[in-house]
Design a binder for this molecule. Structure first.
Ligand code: AMP
Length: 326
């Protein structure tokens, strides 16, 4: 089980941190993937943006290879059971631990005028999304590790107090380390809302991709063999590893190690490989976004599948808590 907020354009971080794993999981596992539209309400978006944003996330997921026939691909707000589980879990979540969450502290610092209770209990809602399906594997990027730990804590607390209902959920990336896709300016990670010129979006046109990559931070290059690699150069290599062939990556690594690398050439190569990677996704997503009926069918079928599992879980939850009076 996993989800992506409908707060803007999906980017390479979403792809390599999350969606790539969704696609790899769909043949082997029972999967629930959602557009986290309720989570997006914590930051009070313009309500006119909700529909196009939800459609965009759905279309981009499918364009990346997610098959709505194989998985439950649904919209968070269509599952009313989530709200009920969130309410019960809130009784087991403590103010102190919620206030200590890194994402809460960051958001509260960025928007001191909007520190609402939904923002504070964001990890509880996320736990409800996951536990509702009694999910064990949660494909996410590295930034979500702390939230997953909180989901495990809430699950264990529930089981301890009311009896075993939930398995422990873990962040999952096929045995590999969780990924953080860095931004092109050498500061932080690619993101939907910050660093827009240092983030490659799955909807970026070819020339925009080239422009962004050619502007990525570099320097004059190593002066002698064996010079340690600065973070921002390591980031460019990491992006190359994600979209270029092994031969191309090895060539530039070798150039670096021999201190003969030309970053201009490296960025040109990376830009072309990136264009080849993003273009088919962009074109496919565009076509799907224009097919409103198909999007509606996906959402309806996805919610139906997800509701089935959610209803089973909520029966167990109410029973365990003792909310059965006749
Ligand atoms: P969000 O965009 O915050 O809703 O995140 C959706 C998914 O994308 C989550 O699984 C995140 O961990 C993942 N994600 C977002 N940004 C990055 C990034 N820069 N690197 C790796 N994963 C990311």
């Amino acid at each position: 089980m996993s989800g992506i907020r409908s707060t803007g354009f999906l980017h390479l971080g979403n792809y390599f941190g999350a969606i790539r794993n969704y696609v790899r999981m769909q043949d082997e596992y029972e999967c629930y993937f959602m557009v986290a539209d309720v989570h997006s309400l914590t930051t009070h978006p313009d309500t006119k943006e909700l529909k196009p944003n939800v459609h965009r996330v759905l279309a981009e997921n499918v364009a990346c290879g997610l098959d709505p026939e194989k998985v439950a691909l649904y919209c968070q707000s269509h599952l009313y059971e989530t709200g009920e589980l969130y309410m019960y879990l809130n009784m087991l979540a403590y103010k102190g631990e919620l206030e200590k969450t890194t994402t809460f502290k960051d958001k509260a610092r960025q928007h001191p005028e909007n520190v609402n209770a939904g923002l504070l209990t964001y990890p509880v809602l996320q736990a409800a999304d996951i536990l509702l399906h009694r999910a064990t594997l949660v494909p996410v990027g590295k930034d979500q590790e702390q939230h997953l730990e909180m989901s495990r804590n809430f699950a264990n607390r529930f089981n301890h107090r009311y009896g075993d209902v939930f398995p422990e959920p873990y962040a999952f990336n096929f045995g590999e380390q969780l990924i953080k896709v860095p931004s092109l300016d050498g500061k932080g990670k690619m993101s939907k809302s910050e660093n827009q010129y240092a983030t490659i979006y799955l909807s970026d046109e070819d020339d925009m991709i080239r422009k962004k990559i050619m502007k990525a931070k570099t320097d004059a290059g190593p002066t002698e063999p064996g010079t340690p690699m600065p973070d921002y150069i390591e980031n460019i290599f990491l992006l190359m590893k994600l979209v270029s062939s092994n031969e191309v990556l090895d060539k530039f690594l070798d150039d670096y190690n021999r201190a003969v690398i030309r970053y201009g050439d490296m960025k040109k190569q990376l830009a072309e490989d990136m264009v080849v990677f993003v273009r088919p996704i962009r074109e496919k997503a565009e076509a799907i976004r224009n097919d409103q009926k198909y999007l509606r069918d996906i959402m309806e079928a996805g919610a139906e599948k997800a509701r089935k599992r959610a209803a089973e879980t909520m029966e167990k939850v109410r029973e365990a808590i003792g909310l059965k009076y006749y």
